[in-house]
Design a protein around this ligand. Structure first.
Ligand SMILES: C[S@@+](CC[C@H](N)C(=O)[O-])C[C@H]1O[C@@H](n2cnc3c(N)ncnc32)[C@H](O)[C@@H]1O
Length: 273
């Protein structure tokens, strides 16, 4: 097997699932495989233990509102809600994705929203076919805003918009979890996906995702002040930011108003943060 040059990010080749005209049967199969692949590679168990559970412990009623941006098949928010429920806490999660195919899959009736949860009591999980920008425009706020495997899909403008949106939407914490590009990650993923996952995009898109993903130092150069990039073992990176309290948003809005419509207003997700 030839290993491509991984010195630089691949930014031109697009993943098969991002093609609106891709094979729908293979796409559904890919969505179905996401739970297994994310469960093995994405490291949410540790992120939950180190970043989310402490917030739940600190919350007076043991509850948090959560936004998952780019939720795809919905397996990550479902697993987080279930994990919190088993710890005796409550996550009230909104999972959004503008892709109609992802939304249809995530909301198909045969998948229970949160396994074992009494609806509306132990955990709640809702899906909406929308974007982070639309939620900003609606003035929505969440304690915690997160994403999985979204950063490497985006061009620089969309990445900037996502960071701006997530900083505005979160009152407490933003967690963007993604792959860190490496030759070893590529070789291991290629070996692990050689035989299983036939008829789905898991192998092709996963290998391309590794090629499209950042190294820690590259992502640090891309993000505005206020964001922190940490490598996570193995082959992961976590981009985090403390949220924007209501008072800061009000101050930013007042500054924007004072500068007038044409002024370059300080905003929570921008370089002024
Ligand atoms: C590879 S999928 C990741 C799906 C899922 N999080 C996972 O890890 O399996 C990336 C998704 O992000 C969505 N997306 C990208 N930018 C977004 C935004 N600003 N708001 C909401 N969804 C977005 C895309 O539609 C796409 O379905």
């Amino acid at each position: 097997m030839t290993v491509p040059d991984l010195t630089h990010r691949e930014t031109r080749a697009l993943e098969l699932m991002d093609d609106p005209d891709c094979d729908l049967v293979a796409l559904e199969r890919t969505y179905r495989h996401f739970a297994l692949v994310n469960g093995v590679v994405a490291g949410w168990r540790r992120v939950y233990r180190r970043r989310i559970r402490p917030l739940l412990e600190a919350s007076p009623d043991g509850r948090l509102t959560v936004l998952d941006i780019g939720s795809g098949a919905g397996d990550v928010p479902r697993a987080l809600a279930d994990r919190a429920r088993r710890d005796g806490y409550h996550l009230d999660i909104l999972a959004v994705d503008p892709d109609p195919r992802a939304h249809a899959f995530a909301t198909a009736e045969r998948r229970s929203p949160v396994p074992g949860a009494a609806p509306g009591r132990d955990a709640t999980l809702a899906f909406d076919r929308t974007t982070s920008r639309a939620l900003v425009d609606e003035g929505r706020r969440f304690d915690l805003v997160l994403s999985n495997h979204v950063l490497h899909h985006l061009d620089p403008v969309d990445l900037g918009d996502l960071l701006d949106d997530s900083a505005r939407l979160a009152t407490t914490l933003v967690l963007h979890n993604d792959i860190e590009r490496s030759r070893l990650a590529y070789l291991l993923y290629a070996a692990a996906t050689l035989l299983p996952f036939r008829g789905s995009f898991i192998r092709h898109d996963g290998l391309l995702s590794i090629r499209r993903s950042y190294r820690v130092d590259e992502l640090r150069r891309e993000v505005p002040a206020g964001w922190k990039v940490e490598g996570q073992f193995p082959f992961r990176l976590l981009l985090t930011r403390t949220g924007t309290p209501e008072t800061d948003l009000e101050a930013a809005a007042e500054a924007a108003a004072a500068q007038g419509a044409g002024g370059a207003a300080a905003h929570p997700g921008g370089t002024d943060a």
